[in-house]
Ligand binder design. Sequence first.
Ligand code: SF4
Ligand code: SF4
Length: 237
Amino acid sequence: MADKTRFARVFARLQPYRLWIQTAFLTIWLAPFGFQYHAVCAPVFHCYACPLATFGCPIGALAESSALIGSLAGVGILHAIPFLTLGILVLVGALVGSLFCGWACPFGLLQDLAARVPTPKFELPRWMGYLRFVVLGALVLAIPYFFGIEHPLFFCRVCPAGGLEVALPNMVQQAAKGEAVVWPNALKVTVVVVFLVAIFFFRRPWCRVLCPLGVIFSAFNRASAFFLKLDRNKCVT
Ligand code: SF4
Ligand code: SF4
């Protein structure tokens, strides 16, 4: 408990520099020197298909593994279980819970930056946080397992990070080269537009309402080695 208290005090002192620390972590996630290890997932929400991605995306890995396991019909599923990704998630969750969400995740940083724009901010009802479990259970695990990656609700097909970090740069590149611009499907465009509007009027709407990675890490919070006590008056994630 003493360690946890000391840990919490350190981060309380670092709080004024949180945005800088989040920004500094971009040098790890955005492959600034061209090193890419997509076989290893980072404990943050960042699309592996982004031209600037050092590591793989744990949610994409879970969704694809679930689809693969579903397609194998029980034969050889051991080889399809993403042990490395699960191990990273369990290790990070057990050690620091959702600490990476507040201090290192680039998708969290994007929402924090948007929240600094002086637009009116509204509160989200607490019950909406349970939607994250639905997203994880249905879109990341069940739909890929039963219907495969071609289903329109396969998580990556509606993921706003994929839309912003992959589809959008591709479209800009196509337009710059004078090629025909290939648009993502209508559902993904809608999700991205809603996300881009919502981040200016709600604090971290994706994290609070829909992020399946955030809900995995938050499940570890009470048991993690360095659990940080939640202060609802200060917490925005
Ligand atoms: S589309 Fe979303 S879930 Fe899929 S790999 Fe990219 S960031 Fe991860
Ligand atoms: S909840 Fe998801 S998007 Fe938000 S900071 Fe955590 S991992 Fe990143």
